[in-house]
Design a protein around this ligand. Sequence first.
Ligand SMILES: [Zn+2]
Ligand SMILES: [Zn+2]
Length: 223
Amino acid sequence: MVYDFHAHTSLSDGALSPMELIRRALVNNYQAIALTDHAATGSLSRIIKEVSEVCALARSYWHILALPGIELTNLPPQAIAETAKKAKELGACIVIVHGETIVEPIEKGTNLAALHSPHVDILAHPGLLSLEEAKLAATNGVFLEISARKGHCLTNGHVASLAQQVGAKLLLSSDVHSEQDLLTLPLADAIIHGAGLDDNACHQILNINPHALIKNLPANCQG
Ligand SMILES: [Zn+2]
Ligand SMILES: [Zn+2]
């Protein structure tokens, strides 16, 4: 079973409608998917409202945990904490922050701001994460992402090694933008091993950590 907490739909720059993406995830053996379209501030409430409705409908008829979420993208770091809080108040189950990937000009300080916010669940593609940031992720329980996405994946090995060193928790995400990006278990396994991690870490990332994340969600996000 695949757990994937980072996905884009036509509400931002993804190709599929929210319902079609959930449907395709379901037939690809997904157990859970979070729809986390890009937003800064303006589109926040519109996107969360729309994906919440779609996820609720999918969950009531299909056996998949479809979760409304958001990926805070290109916000000034100073605005991340308050926007993450607002996203949770608006009903987002999962808040991720578009981290300092090496392939986009993300403002420095984004990783730190995300890791300091109690309302951020996952720091996506954190790029050249520092040791201090990795320690903060471990202390504050923010998951660090191993990315299946081209470009963002270039620092997976670095992120994996720092996370292991300090005991920060990792998750693997597809960052799907169209149907061919959906994860399969063999691909997930290969990406994690490709980041230099072993079978134990693989089990942790693909099973234990997703369950830990879901267990800590509010009751209305659990099923
Ligand atoms: Zn995108
Ligand atoms: Zn993304």
